[in-house]
Design a binder for this molecule. Structure first.
Ligand code: PEP
Length: 249
C-alpha cells in the first residue's frame, strides 16, 4: 500500500530560542532511517518556525500548530495559511484536542480550516479523538467518525492529509492506548474512509497515533498494521524522539 511511516513532533507552547536550537542540534546529529522510510515533521510554536526551518536538517520538515480558517486580514492574533505558505512551512497541525477543548473549535470549524489550508498548498495533520467519558460510553467510533466526516465533507483530495488519532485521555497523561486499542480505532477509521471517501483514499491515507508515545512503547504500537506513525507531544522535546523515529524500521 506504500504508506510511508510518519513521525510528527508537537512541541506545543514550549521553548526558548536556546532550547529549540538545542533540540534542533540533537535532531541534526541523529542517525535515523532515510527519508524513503520515514517522514519526520517537527512543530515548534509559530515564533520559532523561521529559526527551526533554517537550522533543521533538510530531510526533516516543519509544521505550524494551527492556522486561521480563511484568508488573512482583520483577525488580530491569527496566522494565515498564506503566511505559512509564504514562509515555506509545508505542514500544519489542525484540530488538536487542546484547541478543540480549550478554544471550542468545533468539528465544522476544523473541517473548514483543513479545507482552506489545503487550498493554500499546505499539508495537514488533522487530529481526531475521543474523551475518556466518550470512550466509556462506547461512542469512540461515533466521535472520531463525526470529526472525520466534517473534514471529508469539505475535502475531496486526501493526498496531503495525515489523520492523527489522538485519544484525549492519552494525551499528556502517560496513559498510552494499548496497541490493540489503537489498532481497533485506526482500522475503524480506515473502514470509515473506505465507505465514505474511496478505496484509494482509505488505502493510501496515513493514520498516525498520538497520546503518550515514548521510546519504550513506540515499537509495539508501530507493529500494528494500521498504525502508520505517530504524533508525539512530550517526548518530542527529548532525545528519545529519535528512538520513536527509529520505530519506522
Ligand atoms: C499531542 O499533544 O499531540 C500528544 C500526543 O501529546 P503527548 O505525546 O505528550 O501525549
Amino acid at each position: 500500500m506504500g504508506r510511508k511511516f510518519f513521525v510528527g513532533g508537537n512541541w506545543k507552547c514550549n521553548g526558548t530560542t536556546e532550547e529549540v536550537k538545542k533540540i534542533v542540534s540533537t535532531l541534526n546529529a541523529a542517525q535515523v532511517p532515510s527519508s524513503d522510510v520515514v517522514e519526520v515533521v517537527v512543530s515548534p510554536p509559530f515564533v520559532f518556525l523561521p529559526v527551526v526551518k533554517s537550522e533543521l536538517r533538510a530531510d526533516f520538515h516543519v509544521a505550524a500548530q494551527n492556522c486561521w480558517v480563511k484568508k488573512g486580514g482583520a483577525f488580530t492574533g491569527e496566522v494565515s495559511a498564506e503566511m505559512l505558505a509564504n514562509l515555506g512551512v509545508p505542514w500544519v497541525i489542525l484540530g488538536h484536542s487542546e484547541r478543540r477543548a480549550l478554544l471550542n473549535e468545533s468539528n465544522e470549524f476544523v473541517g473548514d480550516k483543513v479545507a482552506y489550508a489545503l487550498s493554500q498548498g499546505l499539508k495537514v495533520i488533522a487530529c481526531v479523538g475521543e474523551t475518556l467519558e466518550q470512550r466509556e460510553a462506547g461512542s469512540t467510533m461515533d466521535v472520531v467518525a463525526a470529526q472525520t466526516k466534517a473534514i471529508a465533507e469539505r475535502v475531496s483530495n486526501w493526498a496531503n492529509v495525515v489523520l492523527a488519532y489522538e485519544p484525549v485521555w492519552a494525551i499528556g497523561t502517560g496513559k498510552v492506548a494499548t496497541p490493540a486499542q489503537a489498532q481497533e480505532v485506526h482500522d475503524g477509521l480506515r473502514k470509515w474512509l473506505q465507505a465514505n471517501t474511496s478505496a484509494e483514499v482509505a488505502a493510501s491515507t496515513r493514520i498516525i497515533y498520538g497520546g503518550s508515545v515514548n521510546g519504550a512503547n513506540c515499537k509495539e504500537l508501530a507493529g500494528q498494521p494500521d498504525v502508520d506513525g505517530f504524533l508525539v507531544g512530550g517526548a518530542s522535546l527529548k532525545p528519545e524522539f529519535i528512538d520513536i523515529i527509529k520505530a519506522a524500521e
